[in-house]
Design a protein around this ligand. Structure first.
Ligand code: GLN
Length: 536
C-alpha cells in the first residue's frame, strides 16, 4: 500500500508548486523510493488540450498521449520518470465521469452529490496510482487554498488522511511570505490565513514551505511555526534560487525536508544520493562558454508557452557545459523581411510548434534565412511543416506551396490534413497524440544524434507532409530523415549540404531531462557552438 504526500498552495498562484512537488519527487527517488506523481486541476475543462497558451501555457503530452498540465513536464524532468494519463485529472474530467455514471443509472436512484460522489471519484483517481511496488504517491492540488472550485479536492484529500491513517499521509503546504518594502519586514499574516483556511476544512499541514524573495530569520520561522501550528523544523524556506530551478531539490534537502518526510511517513531509507544531480548543477553554474539561440515563436512574450522547449535548450547546452542565451524573436516581426538582423546574429534558430496562421510567414522567413545563411536550425512540429513549405516554395519552385491549415484551396498543399483527421468535429483529444516509432534514415544528422534506427517520440498534430509531394521535395534536396514504418508519414526532414538543419514532426522537447539531455537538442547546440566559432 502506497503512502501519500499532498501538496497544496496558498496566498497566490504561480509560486512554483509544480517545481516544489517535482523537487520532492527527485528527493524521494534519490532515497531509493518508488514514486508516482499526479496533478489535480480544479478547473472545468476536461483537459488543457483545448486551452490557449496565453491562459494556460504549454500543453504537455505524455507517452500514452494525454494532453496535460505543464507541471507534468517538471515532474518528468526532475524525476526522470514517465507520467501517464493517470497523472493529471481536472474537475471537468471527474464531473464528466460522475455524470456518465448517473446517466447509466449506476447510482440506483440516489441523489448525486459533491460529497460523497465527486469526492469518491477524486479519491479513486488518486488511488489509481497505487500500483504494486509504489511507495509514495505525490499529489499536487492545482489552484490556491480558498478557491471555491478546489473545495471538493481538499475534502477528498482530507478523507484520505482519515482513511489511510495520519502516519501514511503527509500534507505539505506551499505559501508565500512577502517582504513589504515600506515596512522593511516580511509578513506572515497571509500564510497564517491560508493555513487557517486549510484547518477549517480539517487539514493540518505537516510541513510549511515558504516561498520568499529574502532570507527568513529564525524569529519569522518561530512565528510561522506557532501561528500555523507546524513544528519549527518543518518550516522550510524556499527563497528564489540564484541560477536555476534545478537547485531546488538540494535547497530543500539541505533543510531536512526529505528527512522530515521519512520520519512522518515512517519510511526507513538511506540519505538522498544527489551526487549526479550536484554534478549536473556544477556544470550549470560554472559553464565553459555561452551560445545564443533564437526561438522564433508566436507566443514569444510568454515564458510558459514554450516551457519544455526552453528547458530542452538548456539541457542541450548543459550537455556541452555551456550556458545559453535564449533570444525570443516574435515570428510576426520577421514577416515584412526588413528585420533579419536579430536572427542573423544567433548561433542557432529554433522554430517551435503551434496552431493557426498568425506568425507562420515569419517562421517561414526565419527558416529561409537559417537555410540560406547555414545557421543551425531545429524545427519542431509546425516548425517542420514550415520548413517543408519554405523548401517547396524557394527550392522546388512551388511558389504557392502552403499547408491546408492556413489555405484550404492552395494549388500546392504540401502539408495537409491526415486522412484519419478528415471529418473530425470534436477538438478535444482528437489529434495524433502520444508516442509512436520513427524510423531513422542511416547517415543523417538525426540518425547520428540518436545513434539508433528506431526511436519513440511524442506527437500532437493533425496535419502532415502530403505524400503526393514526397518525391518532388526529395528531388529538390530535402532528406526525409525519419518516417513511420511504411514511409507514409514524414517524421523528420533535413536539408542536403547544410551544416545542421533538422526539423521534426514530433516533439523531442517533451523527453529531454537535465540528467539526460535529448540527443537532438544536444546535437543542435553542438552545431550552434561550431557556428559561434565560425562567426568569431
Ligand atoms: N498545427 C499543426 C498541426 O496540427 C502543428 C501542430 C503543432 O505544432 N503541435 O499539425
Amino acid at each position: 500500500m502506497a503512502k501519500y504526500i499532498f501538496i497544496t498552495g496558498g496566498v497566490v498562484s504561480s509560486l512554483g508548486k509544480g517545481l516544489t512537488a517535482a523537487s520532492i519527487g527527485r528527493l524521494l527517488i534519490s532515497r531509493g523510493l518508488s514514486i508516482r506523481m499526479q496533478k489535480l486541476d480544479p478547473y472545468l475543462n476536461v483537459d488543457p488540450g483545448t486551452m490557449s497558451p496565453f491562459q494556460h501555457g504549454e500543453v504537455f503530452v505524455t507517452e500514452d498521449g494525454a494532453e496535460t498540465d505543464l507541471d507534468l513536464g517538471h515532474y518528468e524532468r526532475f524525476t526522470g520518470q514517465e507520467t501517464s494519463r493517470k497523472s493529471n485529472f481536472t474537475a471537468g474530467r471527474i464531473y464528466w465521469e460522475v455524470l456518465k455514471k448517473e446517466r447509466r443509472g449506476d447510482y440506483l436512484g440516489g441523489t448525486v452529490q459533491m460529497i460523497p460522489h465527486i469526492t469518491d471519484e477524486i479519491k479513486s483517481c488518486i488511488r489509481a496510482l497505487d500500483e504494486d511496488g509504489v511507495d509514495v504517491i505525490l499529489c499536487e492540488i492545482g489552484g490556491t487554498v480558498g478557491d471555491i472550485e478546489g473545495l471538493t479536492f481538499l475534502e477528498a484529500i482530507r478523507q484520505i488522511g482519515l482513511e489511510e491513517g495520519r502516519e501514511n499521509v503527509m500534507y505539505v503546504h506551499l505559501t508565500y511570505v512577502p517582504f513589504i518594502k515600506a515596512a522593511g519586514e516580511v509578513k506572515t499574516k497571509p500564510s497564517q490565513q491560508s493555513v487557517a483556511k486549510l484547518r477549517e476544512i480539517g487539514i493540518l499541514p505537516d510541513a510549511l514551505i515558504c516561498r520568499t524573495e529574502v532570507d527568513l530569520h529564525d524569529d519569522v520561522r518561530r512565528k510561522l511555526s506557532l501561528f500555523c501550528n507546524v513544528p519549527q523544523h518543518a518550516v522550510i524556506v524556499e527563497k528564489d534560487v540564484t541560477h536555476s530551478i534545478y537547485e531546488l531539490p538540494v535547497v530543500l534537502s539541505e533543510q531536512g525536508l526529505d528527512d522530515l518526510i521519512m520520519v512522518h511517513l515512517r519510511l526507513a531509507r538511506p540519505p538522498a544520493k544527489l551526487d549526479e544531480w550536484r554534478e549536473m548543477l556544477g556544470r550549470l553554474i560554472h559553464p565553459k562558454g555561452r551560445v545564443k539561440i533564437g526561438v522564433v515563436g508566436k507566443y514569444s512574450e510568454l515564458q510558459d508557452a514554450y516551457k519544455s522547449i526552453f528547458e530542452a535548450i538548456e539541457h542541450g547546452a548543459l550537455a556541452h557545459a555551456q550556458a545559453v542565451d535564449i533570444i525570443k524573436i516574435p515570428a510576426e516581426e520577421l514577416e515584412d523581411g526588413t528585420e533579419p538582423d536579430r536572427l542573423l546574429h544567433v548561433d542557432g534558430v529554433l522554430v517551435p510548434g503551434g496552431f493557426g496562421g498568425r506568425g507562420v510567414e515569419g517562421k517561414i522567413e526565419a527558416i529561409r534565412l537559417a537555410r540560406e545563411h547555414k545557421i543551425p536550425l531545429l524545427g519542431i512540429c509546425l516548425g517542420m511543416q514550415c520548413a517543408v513549405i519554405e523548401f517547396a516554395r524557394n527550392v522546388c519552385g512551388l511558389e504557392t506551396a502552403q499547408s491546408t491549415e492556413f489555405d484550404k484551396s492552395t494549388d500546392h498543399p504540401v502539408v495537409c490534413l491526415m486522412e484519419e483527421q478528415e471529418g473530425v468535429k470534436d477538438m478535444g483529444g482528437s489529434m495524433r497524440l502520444g508516442a509512436s516509432p520513427a524510423h531513422l534514415q542511416p547517415g543523417t544528422h538525426a540518425a547520428r544524434a540518436y545513434g539508433a534506427r528506431v526511436v519513440q517520440e511524442r506527437h500532437r498534430h493533425r496535419y502532415e507532409v502530403n505524400t503526393a509531394y514526397h518525391d518532388k521535395l526529395q528531388k529538390g534536396g530535402l532528406i526525409l530523415s525519419a518516417t513511420n514504418e511504411d514511409g507514409t508519414l514524414v517524421e523528420a526532414v533535413e536539408v542536403e549540404g547544410h551544416p545542421w538543419f533538422v526539423a521534426t514532426q514530433f516533439h523531442p522537447e517533451f523527453k529531454s531531462q537535465p540528467l539526460h539531455p535529448h540527443p537532438l537538442f544536444s546535437a543542435f547546440i553542438g552545431a550552434a557552438i561550431e557556428q559561434a566559432k565560425v562567426k568569431t
